[in-house]
Design a protein around this ligand. Structure first.
Ligand code: GLN
Length: 288
């Protein structure tokens, strides 16, 4: 009997130990599972960490001020609600979205854009600005984002001027500080153009043509085209484009961090097909 009791007691002990061990095993498993879950959660937030933190709170997302002269359709123009729209704006917005930064647009005269960038009033110029060697000395340009060129425009009734060969002794209207202005200076120095009249905005250079204050205007071809589309039958483009120019976004000299973002964003926006979409929309900006 005593032997039986001893056996039962031993069995109880063993059962208890095995049960305890089982429980221990299980709780260890639970603990491990818990730990695994925790690690997984941690690594998820770590992986998306920079992104999530970046996007969740506006305070964390840098905002850059973009300087633009918004009277230069289809690249930048103010719509009826006072909002700056256009190809440059949509492209810059797409780049900003891709790179996780925000942008605010500051509309100002073209000739003041580079000084505004240099003094820190704006961080980026998106204003149909041609990449030129002279400007490269003052700012850093992104990769080119579109190609344009200068063209001559005259009143529709003018049969006198067909090309640059007909500019001898003529008065030219241009936008102040533009590459059209530089081309006019070049033609004046060469003894071809007699007088240059420059205005802060392209529409004022067009007005000068209309009132007979200038014989011809030199301006970026797609922009003159956009003005013609908005008001047909007043002026026309004559001759071949005078040159080929590339537009770039500009940042302060040495701001490689921002320039790298803009170039990476531009590449991604091109690769995704978004750029082509915007390009297809180019003729529509004047009608909005
Ligand atoms: N592309 C021309 C330039 O860079 C004109 C630009 C503009 O007027 N917005 O000078």
């Amino acid at each position: 009997m005593q032997k039986l009791l001893k056996t039962i007691a031993l069995l109880l002990v063993i059962t208890t130990v095995v049960f305890a061990a089982g429980c221990a095993g299980q709780s260890k498993e639970n603990a491990t599972e818990g730990a695994v879950e925790e690690v997984t959660e941690e690594s998820v937030s770590a992986e998306n960490g920079s992104d999530a933190v970046f996007r969740s709170s506006d305070g964390e997302m840098p905002t850059y001020v973009v300087g633009t002269e918004a009277q230069f359709p289809p690249f930048e123009i103010v719509d009826s609600k006072g909002k700056v729209i256009g190809f440059d704006v949509d492209l810059m917005n797409a780049i900003a979205e891709d790179q996780g930064f925000k942008v605010e647009y500051l509309d100002q005269d073209f000739a003041g854009l580079i000084p505004a960038l240099q003094t820190g009033n704006v961080d980026i110029i998106a204003s149909g600005m041609t990449i030129t060697e002279e400007r490269e000395e003052e700012v850093d340009f992104s990769e080119p984002y579109i190609n344009a060129g200068l063209a001559l425009a005259v009143l529709t009734g003018n049969e006198d001027i067909q090309s640059v060969d007909d500019l001898k002794g003529k008065t030219v209207s241009v936008q102040t500080g533009s590459t059209g202005f530089l081309k006019a200076e070049e033609l004046q120095k060469a003894g071809i153009i007699a007088e240059i009249k420059d205005f802060p905005h392209v529409n004022e250079a067009i007005e000068e043509l209309k009132i007979g204050g200038a014989d011809v205007m030199i301006n970026d071809l797609p922009v003159t085209d956009a003005f013609i589309a908005a008001q047909p039958g007043v002026i026309k483009i004559v001759g071949e484009p005078l040159n080929s120019e590339d537009y770039g976004f500009a940042v302060r000299t040495g701001n490689t961090e921002l320039l790298t973002k803009i170039n990476a964003g531009l590449e991604n926006v091109k690769a995704s097909g978004k750029y082509d979409e915007l390009l297809a929309d180019l003729p529509n900006y004047m009608e909005e």
